[in-house]
Design a binder for this molecule. Sequence first.
Ligand code: SF4
Ligand code: SF4
Ligand code: F3S
Length: 266
Amino acid sequence: ETKPRIPVIWMHGLECTCCTESFIRSAHPLAKDVILSMISLDYDDTIMAAAGHQAEAILQETRQKHKGGYILAVEGNPPLNEDGMFCIDGGRPFVERLKEMASDSLAVIAWGSCASWGCVQAAKPNPTQAVPIDKVIRDKPIIKVPGCPPIAEVMTGVISYVLMFGTLPELDRQGRPKMFYSQRIHDKCYRRPHFDAGQFVEAWDDEGARKGYCLYKMGCKGPTTYNACSTTRWNGGVSFPIQSGHGCIGCSEDGFWDQGSFYDRL
Ligand code: SF4
Ligand code: SF4
Ligand code: F3S
């Protein structure tokens, strides 16, 4: 209670804002408690009241005042084509500002598959040459929290861990926190007994679908997807894609847009 709250700068590059949409729905802890009691969210151009020059002044002030001591949270990614002109933020290419803010940060969090891997804007043919943030930030520790979007409680869980223990969570070889990304959806899926028994959905709305059989033959990517959906679930633990009747599309995996996760014909 007496510790000063750690400053956080939350920047947005090429993205859809659903990582923020997910974050604000965290139930454990509540997003409001994270923002109002746990961290000092000094800059977030999506949800802050300030705009324009006022917001820019806050950004620079936070950077100067907390040099080397703030966490840089990044949603989205920088496009490199045409000198970064496809994403202009505060009148300058986002890639420049991202590098600048990262250089004075303590550590960086890559929210979602955009910041972690590139996601939809980096899908072939990637006209803007969008890249994951670790391609341009080379000298800071980066925690990757992939998912499109990531689970709200995974996002707030990562922040809580850093605040509680004063260090970064243990990461895997790809930079993801092991506590949330060390198991595949398939490992803890409640439909797994049907997979083991060879009971599969063969067509949408067939008898197997009505009985809740395994969705592997309908393209479920659970066996190759590392995420916490089958344990943590979504919406405060209520459900997750497979529970609502559709296979996992592997949204937390690198390059999932180019790996056959979607229907290519109707
Ligand atoms: Fe949106 Fe997905 Fe990117 Fe998050 S990772 S900003 S949900 S496109
Ligand atoms: Fe595995 Fe998907 Fe089947 Fe679940 S529905 S058991 S994740 S293949
Ligand atoms: Fe994404 Fe698969 Fe979870 S599609 S939300 S990783 S079940």
